[in-house]
Design a protein around this ligand. Structure first.
Ligand code: SF4
Ligand code: SF4
Length: 62
C-alpha cells in the first residue's frame, strides 16, 4: 500500500503547518507553496490534512 500526497497550489497559503507536522518531512516550501518533495515517505497519517486550513492537501491511497 502506498500513499500519494498532493498539494493544490491554488489553495496553498504557505503557512508551513504541513511542513512542521509531517513526521517524515514530506513537504518543503518552495516559492511560498508547499511541495511534496518526499512523497514516497508518506505514511498516510492524514496529519497534514488536519492542519491545512484551506484544504489544499489530498492524500490518495493506492
Ligand atoms: S498546511 Fe496547507 S496552506 Fe499551509 S503550507 Fe501546507 S498545503 Fe499550504
Ligand atoms: S499523511 Fe502524514 S506522512 Fe503523509 S504527508 Fe501527510 S503528514 Fe506526512
Amino acid at each position: 500500500m502506498a500513499f500519494i500526497p498532493t498539494v493544490d497550489a491554488e489553495k496553498c497559503e504557505g503557512c508551513e503547518e504541513c511542513v512542521d507536522v509531517c513526521p517524515t518531512e514530506v513537504f518543503e516550501l518552495q516559492d511560498g507553496k508547499a511541495v511534496p518533495v518526499n512523497a514516497d515517505e508518506c505514511l498516510g497519517c492524514d496529519s497534514c490534512i488536519e492542519v491545512c486550513e484551506p484544504g489544499a492537501i489530498t492524500v490518495e491511497e493506492t
